[in-house]
Design a protein around this ligand. Structure first.
Ligand SMILES: NC(=O)c1ccc[n+]([C@@H]2O[C@H](COP(=O)([O-])OP(=O)(O)OC[C@H]3O[C@@H](n4cnc5c(N)ncnc54)[C@H](O)[C@@H]3O)[C@@H](O)[C@H]2O)c1
Length: 251
């Protein structure tokens, strides 16, 4: 018996590092997966990985910044499964820019992907999320909601806002038995961090500051998400789970 048997999961950014691994891990535990990414090829590769692991999956190309595409995505899930038990708001981008030089366009772009998309999916997906009476939303925040790196201020602000939004939604959505939690990963080696972690001095500096002395593996994040999404976390809502090898507690 799987820990997510009979559950339907929508995972955004499913073509990326964490999104792909979450899709595979959740499917192995019995969930039916809607794997969404704006990159069609990467979404399809994820679907292949899930199918190879014996899972039930549907890859869908959706740009989560598009109101219309979100509406048709939810309509499609409604017609194919008529319920949604797990929503993982995982798609995101980063930007490297000094706060004082951030343009209106950069600001709007990162807000649209990292924050507004999660708000819309959580708001408009509620009618599907409340069907089973035991569903949950997990928002991918970051340790950067609390600790900061130069030139990542806009990214940090979106991640802090996601934490706040998760807590506010948890209070409201409890009435529908929809739990809302968030994850705060530390550094992991994915496409998002590829450029920065290619620098040996940066790698060493980050590892020296991480008590467990390694980067997060996508599985570390997927297993934390699996726990929060499962019924084992039935009494946990509005909570943030840090998965960073101790990095953010060390001075
Ligand atoms: N990698 C890390 O070190 C790290 C650390 C903390 C938090 N996070 C967070 O974890 C999540 C996943 O990170 P990752 O490292 O797997 O990133 P990634 O860059 O590997 O994957 C992100 C995926 O999101 C997709 N995406 C981007 N914009 C989209 C849009 N508008 N519509 C649909 N899909 C879109 C991309 O195509 C990509 O496949 C993000 O929210 C990120 O901020 C990552």
């Amino acid at each position: 018996m799987g820990r997510l048997d009979n559950k339907v999961a929508l995972i955004t950014g499913a073509g990326g590092g964490f999104g792909r691994t979450m899709s595979v891990v959740f499917a192995r535990e019995g969930a039916r997966i809607f794997a969404v990414d704006r990159d069609e090829d990467r979404a399809r590769e994820t679907a292949e990985a899930v199918a190879k692991a014996g899972g039930d999956v549907r890859a869908i190309r959706t740009d989560v910044t598009s109101k219309e595409e979100i509406a048709s995505l939810l309509k499609m899930i409604e017609s194919e499964s008529s319920q949604l038990d797990i929503l993982i708001n995982n798609a995101a981008i980063t930007q490297r820019e000094d706060f004082r030089h951030t343009t209106d366009e950069q600001w709007q772009e990162i807000l649209d992907v990292n924050l507004t998309a999660a708000m819309r999916l959580s708001r408009d997906g509620l009618s599907l999320l409340k069907v089973s009476g035991k569903s949950s939303i997990i928002n991918l925040s970051s340790i950067m909601a609390r600790v900061h790196v130069r030139q990542l201020s806009a990214y940090s602000m979106t991640k802090a806002a996601l934490a706040g939004m998760s807590r506010a939604m948890a209070v409201e959505y409890a009435a529908f038995n929809v739990r809302v939690n968030y994850l705060c990963p530390g550094y992991a080696e994915t496409a998002m961090t590829d450029r920065i972690l290619r620098n040996p001095a940066v790698r060493k500096g980050l590892l020296d500051r991480t008590p467990l002395n390694r980067f997060a593996a996508p599985e570390d994040i997927a297993h934390a998400a699996l726990f929060l999404a499962s019924d084992e976390a039935a009494f946990i809502t509005g909570e943030g789970l840090t998965v960073d090898g101790g990095m953010s507690i060390q001075l």
